[in-house]
Write a protein that binds this ligand. Sequence first.
Ligand SMILES: Cc1ncc(COP(=O)(O)O)c(C=O)c1O
Length: 385
Amino acid sequence: MIYLDNAATSWPKPPSVYETLGSFLQTLGANPGRAGHRMAAGAAAAVADCRLRLARLMNAESPNHVVFASNATDALNLAIRGLLRPGDQVITSSMEHNSLARPLRSVAEQGVRVTKVLCSPQGVIDRDVVAAAVSPRLRLIAVTHASNVNGAIQPIEDLAEIARHHNALLLVDGAQTLGAMPMDVQSMGIDLLAFPGHKGLLGPPGTGGLYVGPQVDLATFTPQRSGGTGVRSEDDAQPLELPHRYESGTSNTIGIAGLAAGVRFLEEHGVQSIHQRESSLTRRLIAGLEAIEGVRVCNPPAGAPQAAVVSCVVDGWSPADVGSVLDQSFDIACRTGLHCAPDACRTIGAFPEGTVRLSPGCFTTEDEIDAAIAAVAEIASTPSA
Ligand SMILES: Cc1ncc(COP(=O)(O)O)c(C=O)c1O
């Protein structure tokens, strides 16, 4: 099988991730931070190791600035619901995944003012449009780093500058980028970075997290759940300090240990070199698809920054039918439709049917890309049933 659905979740995982998941519960299955015995200490050390590796990977100020969550959606919900209050303004874009757009819709119903800026037909935010949309109550700019529909990368540093200028915060959805390209939260000016553990970081499903930067006032950033943290048990109130304030309850230790193995793989192979490889596969895929008559590629133009996510539509074919034929006749796994991002599909002119999305990952080969191009060419040359 040729797996080109890495934007949904990366597969396969490095062998060390499978090995860790296979053995972790037998050797370190105790509850971290809740007891002093050696197995609990070992589990706590495994969680701390993952936090440290993630902090290094994104250049966080310290490991404590990394809060574990179940996935990117969980982290985005924590950031949005924890920060925004009625009357606040949040600026977002028309390229967002529902995991960011729907929590915003929900806080809008409680009186938060959500301003959505329209991106270009290539899916890119114009910083001047954002600057013009700022009101005196701006609290947050909340955008994705790279689109999960067409890979378009947003001008994060520009948006950080606008947020900083207005004493507001910048929340970035790093679902398509952390682990897949070098990221530095400090130099990019990111205050909150939501990320999944199961995509570019190569960890298992059920993992993810939120980087919470030093500009965030923890007293007014409310946790979405409170309870046992393993620290300050004598206090009635939820602790104020990172990461415990946002991590009540027993953590997903096995998933976190698997995630650490994924991040270790990235350290060994280098995020920059993985990024270069994936970029070259992405360029090859786009060029191959663009050369096919009847295929429209929906990505930003060649040379524009983009993640390893390629969307196209095939004349006379619904994306869903193309996906079925790729799966059943060519053994190629991709995703079709709106990709949980209907607004993004509208922005790039692919609504309501959406697109065929092919997303290479760090184990994809050039031969697999060529096979996918040949398969799409064959489909495009055949009338749809
Ligand atoms: C841009 C973007 N944001 C958020 C998410 C949600 O991620 P998760 O499934 O880890 O909650 C995804 C997943 O596809 C995504 O692509």
